[in-house]
Design a protein around this ligand. Structure first.
Ligand code: S5P
Length: 262
């Protein structure tokens, strides 16, 4: 199925959240719609990946709580690399509690996520209080939130009604919500950003229910904006060269989508 396609930079003009606007602009400027999912377990490995892949990515996604030797300097170092290579930091924390609790989890504890992560994500399951709680901590720091509208794993409990209600919740907070983690484009409003995990160069599955589609399937056929790639790059013998391959595949799919709609 084809989707009418607008350039990322034009989409930026519709955003109410400054970070979303800058991210859309960065995509066209840097010519990459690749997000790296840096699922490694040591600080050194995380920093090495950020340095190596930095020139080819728009977003560096972390699971900061899987780092065995976490220390607060790590996030400062990550921020410096992000600034040098021009990418955004996304902590994939998938918040899922009441507003008051998620606010503490976002701002406080050991990780102080709000201090360094440009982007975070959350489940809509607890209701709109989760967005309000996160916004209290994130808005003043010009952060952005992605809502989980769909997941890539097989037999998950998401359904069309849940996804639809997630959209309604997000639409009530356009100043803080920048878009969705989803497998497809979900709305005709151009301001929403779609980031899609479960991507490898060949479609397939892993042993624990992860389902993979190709960059072309996500960007061209399903109309999403950014591909999130983890093991496809991280476990490759040469992550830097492999990131360049994914970058090329994601960008080619975007250019093809634009040309098919012009
Ligand atoms: O639906 C989802 C949402 C997310 S954020 N499915 C996912 O796989 N993710 C995350 O994307 C997951 O937590 C992991 O960090 C990454 C996918 O990694 P890969 O190694 O399977 O590419």
């Amino acid at each position: 199925m084809k989707h009418a396609r607008m350039r990322y930079q034009e989409r930026a003009t519709y955003c109410k959240n400054p970070l979303a606007k800058n991210l859309f602009l960065l995509l066209d400027d840097k010519k990459t719609n690749l997000a790296l999912s840096a699922d490694v377990t040591t600080a050194d490995a995380l920093l090495k990946l950020a340095e190596e892949t930095g020139p080819d990515i728009c977003v560096f996604k972390t699971h900061i709580d899987i780092i065995e030797d976490f220390h607060p300097d790590l996030t400062h170092e990550l921020q410096a690399i992000a600034k040098k290579h021009r990418f955004y930091l996304f902590e994939d924390r998938k918040f899922a509690d009441i507003g008051n609790t998620v606010k503490h989890q976002y701002e406080g504890g050991i990780y102080r996520i709000a201090d360094w992560a440009d982007i975070i994500n959350a489940h809509s399951l607890p209701g709109p209080g989760i967005i309000a709680g996160l916004a209290e901590a994130g808005l003043k720091k010009q952060r952005g939130l992605l809502m989980l509208a769909e997941m890539s794993s097989e037999n998950n409990l998401f359904n069309a009604d849940y996804t639809e209600r997630t959209l309604r919740m997000a639409e009530a907070h356009p100043e803080f919500v920048i878009g969705y983690i989803s497998q497809q484009k979900l709305s005709n409003e151009p301001q929403w950003l779609y980031m899609t995990p479960g991507i490898q160069l060949t479609a397939g599955t892993d042993a624990l229910g992860q389902q993979y589609n190709t960059p072309e399937s996500a960007i061209l056929e399903k109309g999403t904006d950014i591909i999130i790639v983890g093991r496809g790059i991280v476990k490759a013998t040469d992550p830097k060269t492999t990131a360049q391959k994914y970058r090329a595949a994601g960008w080619e799919a975007y250019e093809k989508a634009l040309s098919e709609c012009s």
